[in-house]
Design a protein around this ligand. Structure first.
Ligand code: AR6
Length: 178
């Protein structure tokens, strides 16, 4: 199921991103204020406890495409990397802003010696980005960034639904033939 690009394993998995103890860092599809919110952000803040919002408040607001790092608090992960994805149809050009999310998240992870990182499908929920288009942008960006990574060895997509898992598998298989 996993693919290897420039020594980095890229794989997809179905699950809840708040329950991934094997990952050094997880990524949050955040809001600009880095507050609890709904969707995956709500789930991450609930699992992390109020200490997470206390820490992130000082870093807000962030703009679409930006990423910041915090501790994991009560999560089983050392860090949470918060990215603000673009709102589809509004934060244009959306593909560039979504790509910046993945690029900035990976760079910040690498700088902080993260070995394994888990991404949700950023912008594909409340922000309305079509899943297949978003997966293409995500994997193209990751493939381009992989050769520059010194510490990150595993990149996992943690997809909530089986249909999102299938779309991500299809796109990854199209882009990486190994
Ligand atoms: N684990 C993995 N994926 C999840 C989980 C989970 N526990 N919960 C939801 N997802 P969204 P966005 C999936 O809406 O589109 C928030 O209110 C979900 O099925 O969380 O970037 C924030 O506060 C979908 O596939 O993020 C922002 O205001 C994906 O995560 C806004 O929504 C992303 O959906 C961000 O919107």
């Amino acid at each position: 199921m996993g693919h290897k690009v420039a020594g980095v394993i890229i794989e997809n998995k179905q699950g809840d991103i708040t329950k991934q103890p094997d990952l050094t860092a997880i990524v949050n599809a955040a809001n600009a204020q880095l507050r609890m919110g709904g969707g995956v952000a709500g789930a991450i803040h609930r699992a992390a406890g109020p200490g997470l919002e206390e820490e992130t408040r000082a870093m807000a607001p962030i703009k679409p495409g930006e990423a910041v790092i915090s501790g994991g608090h009560k999560l089983p992960n050392k860090h949470v990397i918060h990215c603000l994805g673009p709102v589809y149809g509004q934060d244009k050009p959306e593909a560039e802003k979504l790509s910046n999310c993945y690029k900035n998240a990976l760079r910040i992870a690498d700088e902080n010696k993260v070995e394994s990182i888990g991404f949700p499908a950023i912008s594909t929920g409340v922000f309305g980005y079509p899943v297949k288009e978003a997966a293409q942008v995500a994997f193209q960006t990751i493939i381009k960034e992989a050769p520059q990574l010194k510490n990150v060895k595993t990149i996992k997509f943690i997809l909530f639904s089986n249909s999102d898992l299938e779309v991500h598998e299809e796109v990854l298989n199209e882009l990486v033939k190994d």
